[in-house]
Structure formats: C-alpha cells, structure tokens
Write a protein that binds this ligand. Structure first.
Ligand code: ZN
Length: 157
C-alpha cells in the first residue's frame, strides 16, 4: 500500500496548535499544490467534538478563502484534531497560521449562526450535527494557546 507522509509523523513529538507544510506537489504543467496540516489540538490528548468541528469546517471554508489565494479545500482529520488545507501555489506556514488565527478570531467573536453557510437539509450532509457554541469555545481555547508556524518548536505568530 502507498506510504503516506502524515502517518510517518511522530504525533507524540508535535506541539499543537500549529501549521505544518506536509507536501508541495508539482504537476505535469509545473503547477504547485500545497498540503498543510492545521493542527488545532494536541494529538491523543484532545479532540474537537463532531458538531463543533463540523461548524468550524463550514466557517473555515469561507474565512480562509477570504484571506488566502488558491484555496482548494479545507477538510477535517478523522481523528478530529485538525484540518488538511490544500492550496494552489506556495504559501509560508506563517502566512497560513496568520489566516487561521484571523479566521478563528472571527469565529470566537463576531460570527453569528446566520453567518454559517450550508446548514440546511439541502446544503449539508448532516445538517443537524452543528454547534456554533462549541465552535466558539474551541476557537477561543486555540487562540489562547497560540498558533505556531512550526510543529515541533513553539513559534507562536
Ligand atoms: Zn456539512
């Protein structure tokens, strides 16, 4: 079976919250696609409950696109400790961490339920499983801890 970089990462050595560049892939036409690990909580110590994680996902979809060029996708890890962010082109982890910080700040402060896109039976695959309350609680906790631009050494931006 194909070996996956993320499964070779020693999850006991990382210090969340952080942004980590997983890979930069170059296509046939020299286009670059970047894959980032947005780790919001410490692996094997915590996990964001599904309703809060789901609402954070719906909000990051818009809030990250407002700030970063070339966003393709931002999807939660099955372990519920963070997200993959896939983008066209190259971005520094500092730039991504700053965008994530701004997005989480919006979620923790100004965002209301009316701002959350795609929360009805037509636009979401599990529309009952959302919690803006939980999203705000977790966003606030992550911001208090600070987001590092390095997974192993705390370089809080
Ligand atoms: Zn959904």
């Amino acid at each position: 079976m194909a070996k996956i970089e993320s499964f070779t990462l020693d999850h006991t050595k990382v210090k969340a919250p952080y942004v980590r560049l997983i890979t930069e892939e170059v296509g046939e036409n020299k286009d670059v696609i970047s894959n980032f690990d947005l780790r919001l909580v410490q692996p094997n110590e915590n996990a964001i409950p599904t309703a809060g994680l789901h609402t954070i996902e719906h909000l990051l979809a818009g809030l990250l696109r407002d700030q970063l060029t070339g966003v393709i996708d931002c999807s939660p890890f099955g372990c519920r400790t963070g997200f993959h962010l896939i983008t066209w082109g190259e971005h520094s982890t500092v730039e991504v961490a700053q965008a994530l910080k701004n997005a989480l700040y919006e979620i923790a402060t100004d965002i209301t339920w009316e701002d959350v896109q795609g929360t009805d039976i037509y636009s979401c695959g599990n529309y009952r499983d959302h919690s803006l309350f939980s999203a705000k609680e977790w966003a606030g906790k992550i911001l208090e801890e600070g987001i590092s631009s390095d997974p192993f050494i705390r370089k809080v931006i």
